[in-house]
Write a protein of this length. Structure first.
Length: 498
């Protein structure tokens, strides 16, 4: 018989308007509790049921107790208090020591006298099973393994060879501890060779391992799960992983080989941890997140996108594919705006260049000179050039003569010439220097509208960076303010002989 006073004692609660001698028969949610039962409020979304609850008492915080019509058990942490109170109503079967007739135990195994070994279990050579252990039906314990005192293997658990379990470990059905890690090497004939997994698995005290969870043995060192760790169902712990003490990991998490999870960490369902990473102590990772680099600072981390209606997700997906292009365009616009603001403030005057000066920087000559004038030049940053597209351009004679259109490759060439002027002007080099920049890469080229005779082609180029003689540029060509073409160009510096 359990009284309200008993519940208050185990949950360290302060009674408010309560009869400590009242008999409590069970525990139930706020909206289903009846007289004789206690309830709890641990999540604000269920506060709506508080006013109408029929519970004999409610476990809750002092703040929520103000609006509680029922007797209250006031605590600092309702979740922890609920867990302690619920344990009073848990029914655990009394374990009677013995060995079922269908179990097989090796003569070299050491099994304590007060152990229960269930039906169809196998305990192999040199296994040590400590006092108070429960081994449920169909469990297998591999040779030279050790099972710590008061550990419980519920059913169908496989403990492979040389695995060590600490005290009071709880392993749920279907778990496999100590299977081979995924270690493979590709030989010269492109065939996979299995790398022997020579380590083992060490499980600390008071660990709980969920149903169908697998923990692989180490390749050389051991896979380690420290004391107090709680693992949910269907978790994959790969070889040589180490999970720090008192961490909690929800279902379907995958931890790749040789990663280290710190102490007091919490991993939400479906989290993926890449291999050889370090997660520091006190880290929380929300569900379905993918961790691809080490986390060195405590705190909460997230990745991934929440579910959306399909029509909205399709739009998001399309925009994500354009994100890099949009970012580069934004960078160009920001740079233009900064340049315009400086110019308006009179902080400096943008340079211009006429054709004679352009010829001092470019080796191109008619008919391959495709820039007529520099309208604005900010050395080291950006250039705006002009190409007047006339009807007598030589390429119009053979390129769609019925409807003259400037070839896309020549638009890219015009942008490349503009980048050449920008980089050479930025470095103060002319044609008489012993170096020249050559076009070596065209990335993400896009053509949005035709360029025809009579158009003025505005060439806008922005220097992204120059490193080790390689320059990267973001370029756009426009007609009447409309984008005609865009591309990311790469130029490389080469020495030349004059």
């Amino acid at each position: 018989m359990i009284t309200l006073g008993d519940v208050a004692a185990v949950s360290y609660a302060r009674l408010q308007r309560c009869d400590a001698a009242a008999i409590i028969t069970g525990i139930a949610p706020l909206n289903r509790a009846s007289s004789g039962q206690i309830s709890f409020l641990t999540n604000a979304r269920y506060r709506q049921f508080l006013a109408d609850t029929k519970a004999s008492a409610v476990i809750l915080s002092a703040r929520d107790a103000i609006d509680c019509p029922a007797p209250a058990l006031i605590v600092d942490n309702p979740q922890v208090a609920y867990a302690r109170a619920a344990a009073l109503f848990e029914t655990i079967a009394v374990i009677m020591p013995g060995i079922h007739p269908t179990a097989w135990i090796s003569p070299s195994a050491q099994v304590a006298d007060d152990v229960w070994v269930g039906p169809h279990c196998t305990i192999e050579d040199d296994v040590v099973v400590r006092s108070g252990v429960y081994i449920g039906p169909n469990c297998i314990i591999g040779e030279q393994s050790e099972i710590g005192a008061d550990t419980r293997l519920v059913a169908q658990v496989t403990i492979c060879h040389r695995v060590r379990l600490g005290q009071r470990v709880l392993v749920h059905p279907g778990a496999v501890i100590g299977s081979d890690g995924f270690g493979l090497a590709l030989d010269d004939n492109e065939r996979w060779l299995k790398i022997p997994q020579l380590g083992s698995v060490l499980i600390g005290d008071d660990v709980e391992i969920g149903a169908n969870t697998t923990i692989d043995r180490g390749a050389l060192d051991d896979t380690v799960v420290e004391k107090g760790v709680k693992l949910d169902n269907q978790i994959q712990v790969a070889h040589n992983v180490r999970i720090g003490a008192h961490s909690a990991i929800a279902g379907c998490v995958g931890i790749a080989g040789s990663s280290r999870i710190g102490r007091h960490c919490m991993l939400g369902g479906g989290v993926g941890i890449a291999g050889h990473l370090n997660i520091t102590d006190h880290v929380q990772i929300t569900g379905m997140s993918l961790v691809t680099k080490s986390i060195n600072e405590p705190g909460a981390y997230s990745s991934g996108l929440a579910v959306e209606p399909n029509r909205i997700w399709n739009k998001i997906s399309a925009r994500l594919r354009r994100l890099d292009e949009m970012f580069r365009r934004l960078a160009i616009l920001e740079r233009k705006n900064q340049t315009r603001q400086l110019h308006l403030k009179g902080d400096y005057t943008l340079e211009t260049m006429e054709i004679k000066e352009i010829l001092e920087y470019l080796p191109h000559r008619y008919p391959f000179l495709l820039i007529d004038r520099v309208l604005a030049l900010d050395p080291g940053h950006a250039l705006t050039g002009l190409k007047n597209v006339s009807f007598n351009e030589p390429f119009f004679m053979g390129h769609f003569p019925q409807r003259p259109i400037m070839p896309g490759v020549l638009i890219v060439e015009a942008l490349a010439q503009a980048t050449g002027v920008l980089v050479l002007k930025s470095e103060g080099e002319r044609l008489d220097h012993h170096s020249m920049y050559y076009l070596v890469g065209v990335n993400n080229a896009r053509f949005k509208r035709p360029v025809e005779p009579g158009d003025q082609l505005i060439l806008e180029v922005r220097l992204d960076r120059i490193k080790s003689g390689v320059g990267k540029f973001m370029c756009e060509a426009k007609v009447n303010g409309q984008l005609a073409a865009s591309a990311n160009l790469v130029c490389a510096k080469r020495e030349i002989e004059l």
